[in-house]
Design a protein around this ligand. Structure first.
Ligand code: PLP
Length: 385
């Protein structure tokens, strides 16, 4: 049996998305900046995609900037906004559990004279809006807090944080890569100035993302050249990717409510079964305020790399954290931020459900976990005698 439970890392390309992209990989090869009919057709396709994204986010099409990934979107938001800060506003607040594309973008600014402060989280991984309020200073320029964490699935109170930022005149960025197409993401309801999304998490192509930029938000382009994307991101657009992103958004929006409900029910059943079947197991993250498809556990005394290899042998794909840092031996910064020690932080395993996930697959996973966790624990007990 093959069971893919790593949908937070990436999702397969939906065949309907591939079909929508195909003309732009074949005959419709025009450069959208060209004035002739080839170019105009590509431009029309991008304009339509921009409208689709804007409608899904409740934004104006002019506020959508297409980029190459969620990573670029977060880099452009954090670095681009910071580079417009006056010299007396160089304090930046980011939550301690942000994706590395936000954390490292903020760190990148330090040699330029910026001060970066991490907002702590509680044991469920949640930011307390009052902790943000308490840290905003007269020189704070930007706050960045993600909508949902990619490792442990915890949702953040971004609306309350946005309100505080607005009151204090501070720009607010939200990394919504894990929630867009999964839960409602309405930039007006949230009240943020910048918001990042990515196509490959919602059955779209890899290498396409977008940044929502509220009108009047200061932003220094990071890519310079031609005047594409209203001068905010130079480079000939990834037309097929952008068309695929829009199709993925359309599909995700039509399935969103039913799928969130279905996955949340399966997730809860899976969590109950795992906790029942395997002793000394802890559910990570918030019990209710979490992504519908995320289940994350600590199997005490079981290093996650050993367990992931055993799961892979049994045909099951899971993860120990963000895909890009899962290969590293560093313990997860997210688990450390929950207050876990280094040993505990090496024992976290993430299962993320998708549209194709069935109970049969999850029941098989529980059985494999029961066997493999016991086997690894027994082996470790013997070697430590
Ligand atoms: N932010 C979050 C929360 C993510 O989960 C990811 C994906 O790994 C990213 C940003 C980066 O997105 P991308 O893979 O499109 O660069």
């Amino acid at each position: 049996m093959r069971v893919y439970l790593d949908h937070a890392a990436t999702t397969p390309l939906d065949p309907r998305v591939r079909k929508a992209m195909e003309p732009y990989l074949r005959d419709e090869y025009g450069n959208p900046s060209s004035l002739h009919r080839w170019g105009r057709r590509a431009r029309t396709a991008i304009d339509a995609a921009r409208e689709t994204l804007a409608a899904a986010l409740n934004a104006d099409p002019a506020e959508i900037c297409f980029v190459s990934s969620g990573t670029e979107s977060c880099n452009l938001a954090v670095i681009g906004c910071a580079l417009k800060a006056p010299p007396n506003r160089r304090h930046i607040l980011v939550s301690a559990v942000e994706h590395h594309c936000v954390l490292n973008a903020a760190e990148w600014l330090v040699p330029l004279g910026f001060e970066v402060e991490h907002i702590p989280v509680d044991r469920y991984g949640q930011v307390d809006p009052d902790a943000v309020r308490a840290r905003i200073r007269d020189d704070t320029w930007l706050v960045s807090v993600m909508h949902a964490n990619n490792e442990i699935g915890t949702l953040q109170p971004v609306e309350a944080i946005a309100q505080i930022c607005k009151e204090r005149g501070v720009w607010f960025h939200v990394d919504a890569v894990q929630t867009f197409g999964v839960l409602p993401v309405d930039v007006q309801a949230i009240g943020c100035d910048l918001l990042s999304v990515s196509a490959h998490k919602i059955y779209g192509p890899k290498g396409v993302g977008a940044l929502y930029i509220r009108a009047m938000t200061p932003l220094q382009p990071l890519m310079v050249g031609g005047g594409q994307e209203r001068g905010r991101r130079a480079g000939t657009e990834n037309v097929a990717g952008i068309v695929g992103f829009a199709e993925a958004v359309r599909l995700a929006e039509s399935l969103r409510e039913a799928e969130a409900e279905r996955q949340a029910a399966l997730r809860d059943q899976f969590i109950r079964a795992v906790l029942e079947a395997i002793p000394d197991t802890i559910l990570t993250g918030h019990p209710t305020e979490r992504l519908p498809g995320n289940a994350h556990f600590r199997f005490i005394g079981v290093p996650s790399d050993s367990l992931l290899i055993a799961l892979d042998r049994a045909g099951i794909a899971a993860s120990s954290g963000a895909a890009c840092s899962a290969g590293s031996l560093e313990p997860s910064h997210v688990l450390l931020a929950l207050g876990w020690d280094e040993v505990a932080a090496q024992e976290g395993v993430r299962f993320t459900l998708g549209r194709g996930t069935t109970w049969e697959e999850l029941a098989y996973t529980v059985e494999v976990l029961r066997t493999e966790v016991a086997r690894i624990r027994a082996r470790r007990a013997v070697t430590s005698i």
